[in-house]
Design a protein around this ligand. Structure first.
Ligand SMILES: NC(=O)c1ccc[n+]([C@@H]2O[C@H](COP(=O)([O-])OP(=O)(O)OC[C@H]3O[C@@H](n4cnc5c(N)ncnc54)[C@H](OP(=O)(O)O)[C@@H]3O)[C@@H](O)[C@H]2O)c1
Length: 302
């Protein structure tokens, strides 16, 4: 019996393509919610733990897409989605594609057209929480595209978090994503730079966070940064939930979105340059807070 045949309406079978930190969290959560889950990843071993929990590992991308009425894509970017689905043949016809990678509105529009040409219904989306918060009912997931498709699959989407429908323009999710992440990175950089500044007087990140976060920070950043301040003091930046490379990719999407939308792009571009510098200094596989190491040094002269 295939996953598709065995699913109840409340527990529709789902395919997840892409098992980076976020795809692993999505697939694990769907399994926990009782959805028969098929997975595919370029590096198949990343599915090993999911398979022990009941996931089906498809041998090919076509088999993965055929296995479920809905395929959730969680890859690096749109180009990767095309590269991966290129060998899916006719499998997309009559199925729903939900794409959750970050990107720009024009890339989302192109992807919607690409899916339609292949006979698939398409929803674009964006995930507004880190992997550990996937599955919490208040974790915001943004969707845009066909209202009918969204309504038909709302129950499945709700297994991953709080599904918010933004409108029929498929580019709206990535546009909101770029706007919200721009706000997040600006806030985070403000704290990290300020911590580097007081650090010149040997004030620890933990000491500074206690005063600074209570004084200014919005509550969501407050708890994240309070928990992670000891990592700044110890220089420990584990990248297992998201790497500097992934964050640079997101910053590059924000810059390009500002250019596409015709607004000023210097601020996100500067954050992009700083993340590139962190990568050049060896923090590619570390988490975003490693930009603190860049801030602690004098600006490089050209
Ligand atoms: N992690 C987070 O905190 C977070 C939060 C919100 C949204 N997101 C978004 O979620 C998406 C996925 O993020 P992520 O953190 O899971 O990691 P990621 O590094 O952005 O993406 C990793 C996935 O992309 C695949 N991939 C990369 N290049 C490929 C290629 N040339 N061919 C085939 N597959 C390729 C990887 O396959 P391999 O395993 O084979 O390398 C893996 O499945 C991104 O768009 C990101 O912006 C992430």
């Amino acid at each position: 019996m295939t996953n598709q045949q065995s699913a109840s309406p409340q527990h529709q079978s789902v395919t997840v393509v892409g098992l980076g930190p976020m795809g692993l969290a999505l697939a694990g959560t769907l399994l926990e919610h009782g959805h028969p889950t098929t997975v595919w990843n370029r590096t198949p071993e990343k599915a090993d733990t999911l398979v022990t929990k009941g996931a089906h590992r498809a041998e090919t991308i076509a088999e993965a897409v055929y296995a479920s009425p809905v395929t959730i894509m969680c890859l690096k970017d749109y180009e990767t989605m095309y590269a991966v689905l290129g060998s899916a043949g006719d499998a997309l016809r009559g199925r729903v594609l939900v794409n959750l990678n970050s990107g720009t509105p024009s890339e989302a529009h192109a992807a919607a057209g690409w899916a339609t040409e292949r006979g698939a219904d398409y929803l674009d989306g964006a995930i507004m929480v880190p992997p550990p918060l996937v599955g919490h009912p208040e974790s915001v997931f943004l969707y845009s595209g066909s209202r009918d498709v969204f309504d038909a699959h709302r129950t499945t989407l709700a297994s991953m978090g709080d599904p918010r429908y933004l409108g029929s323009d498929p580019g709206l999710s990535v546009l909101y994503n770029a706007a919200l992440l721009n706000m997040m990175y600006t806030t985070m950089n403000g704290f990290l730079h300020a911590t580097a500044l007081v650090g010149t007087a040997n004030v620890s990140a933990v000491t500074f966070a206690e005063l600074a976060l209570g004084w200014f920070m919005p509550s969501v950043m407050d708890s994240t940064l309070t928990e992670q301040a000891p990592d700044l003091d110890s220089g420990n930046y584990p990248g297992d939930l998201g790497t500097m490379e992934m964050n640079l990719n997101a910053l590059e999407h924000i810059t390009r979105t500002c250019v596409e939308q015709g607004i000023h792009s210097d601020q996100p571009r500067l954050m992009q340059v700083i993340a590139e510098q962190a990568i050049a200094e060896g923090y590619s596989g570390k988490n975003y807070l490693a930009v603190f190491e860049v801030f602690k040094k004098a600006t490089r002269t050209p």
